[in-house]
Ligand binder design. Sequence first.
Ligand code: NAP
Length: 210
Amino acid sequence: MLMSSETGTVHRLGIMGGTFDPIHYGHLVTAEGARYELGLEKVIFIPAGRPPHKPGCNITEPWSRYVMTGLAIESNPFFLASAMEVERPGPSYTVDTVSAIQLLYPESELYFITGSDAVLEVLTWKNVLKLLSKCRFISVSRPGYNLDELHTRLDGIPWELKKNIIYMEVPSLAISSTEIRKRVREGRPIKYLLPESVEKYIIKNDLYRQ
Ligand code: NAP
């Protein structure tokens, strides 16, 4: 399913939210799987500019993460990257991002795709009920992830909004950004865990060495 040729309207739009430090094949396989399974016509990757839940953490500066994201997705015609959170000052609240996307794509059904460990904390996010009324959440995890804790944590969310959270298992999410950064620090290979262009960018810019 593609954009309607008559109107150019995107009916179903995925928003891939993450810190992407760095982006890897787990993220790409997740987005492609969600695109296919949910019939999304486009998936916009939005690297978190200043993640509100990670103040003081040692995160690679936002533009580098955005450039790596752009390199990673360039061969997929269904994928786009947006610098909106990188450019927006202040903490990158998802509710602000989804509201901005809603203005750009007023006719689209929105699907926010992110990791289950992030969704676990969703009740602490800014204006979570408003956020859940604006978009569906695709909560992705590796097989074997214990969903019970997630269900318990989401108890405070009214049913009509809770049903907007969809769960998806993604085997290749065994790859993680944390593991990739650790491998670089230890001088171990990262080849085949992420696109070659991203690997070259990491080497050229000496990322994650310390
Ligand atoms: P995180 O806590 O770093 O990630 C939690 C887990 O989810 C990690 O295992 C991570 O793997 C995985 N993950 C993250 N994004 C993913 C994606 N798009 N697809 C598949 N797996 C993913 O979470 P984060 O990346 O910083 O934040 C996730 C999203 O939630 C971001 O868009 C962030 O802005 C948003 N968020 C918003 C608020 C708020 O509005 N108050 C608060 C917190 C988070 P990797 O490390 O391998 O990516």
